[in-house]
Design a protein around this ligand. Structure first.
Ligand code: CAA
Length: 394
């Protein structure tokens, strides 16, 4: 495992940092307050190549590794987590899954538009009664010969209102339970796709999260991803990769809270000296710095393992579990360090604190991550040693 970053990776990190500071920071408080979707910013991110970072250039992507993607996610998440979740879903849940498991025609048709931001993608798994318990899908896709007929309701869909393409998880044969699940590429312009109300959320408020209804949507046969019955494994593999993106987002939130706290601790004086000269504050900064370094190891390691073609299921769950916990803990500490200023919007840390909470929930709650990790460790699966990728067998 080698975490020495290459010149290319450092350049991506610096470009993302620069973009976030210059283009995202100025309007981030207003967008969050008014729940304004960051259309202009997402357009810019598409032009700069942040929306299809890992996709092969022949489909319009950046051809970069997961480590570069993680570094960009981390920097953008220090500033704007609505933009970074839109970026994460598009890159890791939609583009990566399509490129890895889609047909050549599917890739040609959808990836090019998704990489440039002309189209945004959404991953539609969660339902009113199937969030953590992902096999209990009630959405159905009935085989009608030349097409499937899709019916059902999806909840909590990131990019729900802004997306042109959905990857929809549906049950095609209930008797087979999870082996009857398939995933379909659905265009939102098709008849029967209805976008429900936008959620008014605690955090990531300028990203759009919706309920989606599918009413007798005709899905062409060629829009199923993979062999019949491959859908649940597809969802699991894609979520394993997605969790690396969310772990990077959480790392960015913790890093953003830390950087703001360090700067504030130099400026703010109490009892005749900067607050970082008081042990009560200095020790908080020490805890933050230590946890962030530890999280970095887990997050970068999971990206590195994915780039090596190793099994990264446990690694990505560990990274997300740990990074989301420290994002929550240290964004709360950042508010505490800022005192009354931390409680108002102008100082950014209260937004990071609100954004942190969702990283413990979406793409698998912390409890689900513990299920994944514990099942793997109990069956004796190594999590560090090189082992063959399970992508092929998935
Ligand atoms: N790779 C390949 N196959 C996998 C796999 C993986 N990582 N994980 C499980 N599978 C396979 C199993 O091998 C099994 O296959 P076989 O029957 O052929 O052996 C099958 O899938 C079923 O597995 P389990 O018996 O382990 O299934 P389970 O019902 O116990 O659930 C779970 C497992 C890990 C808890 C899963 O349900 C899960 O991940 N739940 C959380 C779902 C989630 O993350 N939801 C978030 C919504 S998406 C989102 O938030 C996006 C957004 O908009 C931001």
């Amino acid at each position: 495992m080698n975490f020495e970053l290459s010149e290319e990776q450092l350049a991506v990190r610096d470009a993302a940092r620069d973009f976030a500071q210059r283009e995202l920071k100025p309007g981030v408080i207003e967008r969050d307050k008014n729940m304004t979707f960051p259309s202009d910013q997402i357009k810019q991110m598409g032009e700069l190549g942040f929306l299809g970072m890992m996709v092969d250039p022949k489909y319009g992507g950046g051809g970069m590794d997961t480590m570069s993607y993680v570094l960009a996610m981390e920097e953008i998440s220090k500033i704007d987590n609505s933009c970074s979740v839109i970026m994460s879903v598009n890159n890791s849940l939609v583009c990566w899954g399509l490129e890895k498991f889609g047909t050549e025609d599917q890739k040609q048709k959808y990836l090019t538009k998704l990489c440039t931001g002309e189209w945004i993608g959404a991953f539609c798994l969660s339902e009113p009664e199937a969030g953590s318990d992902a096999t209990s899908q009630r959405t159905t896709a009935v085989d009608m010969g030349d097409h499937y007929l899709l019916n059902g309701t999806k909840n909590w869909i990131t990019n729900g209102g802004s997306s042109s393409v959905h990857l929809v998880v549906a049950q095609t044969n209930p008797e087979l339970k999870h082996k009857g699940i398939n995933v379909f590429i659905v265009e939102t312009s098709w008849d029967g796709v209805d976008i429900g109300a936008k959620e008014d959320k605690l955090g990531i408020r300028s990203s759009d999260t919706h309920t989606i209804m599918y009413n007798n949507v005709k899905v062409p046969k060629e829009n199923r991803i993979g062999e019949d019955g491959f859908g649940f494994k597809f969802a699991m593999k894609v979520l394993s990769g997605g969790r690396i993106g969310i772990a990077a987002q959480a790392l960015g939130i913790a890093g953003g809270a830390y950087e703001l706290s360090i700067a504030y601790s130099h400026e703010r004086e109490t009892f005749g000296k900067p607050i970082n000269k008081h042990q009560a504050i200095a020790f908080k900064l020490a805890d933050m710095a230590t946890d962030i370094e530890a999280a970095k190891m887990l997050v970068y390691r999971s990206a590195w393992m994915k780039d090596q073609g190793m099994n990264f299921d446990s690694a990505s769950s560990m990274a997300k579990l740990f990074a989301s916990d420290i994002a929550m803990r240290h964004s709360v500490e950042a508010v505490q360090i800022h005192g009354g200023y931390g409680f108002v919007k102008e100082y950014h840390v209260e937004r990071l604190m609100r954004d942190a909470k969702i990283t413990q929930i979406y793409e698998g709650t912390s409890e689900i991550q513990k299920m994944v990790i514990s099942r793997n460790v109990i069956k004796g699966a190594p999590y560090i040693e090189t082992q063959p990728s399970n992508l092929q067998e998935a």
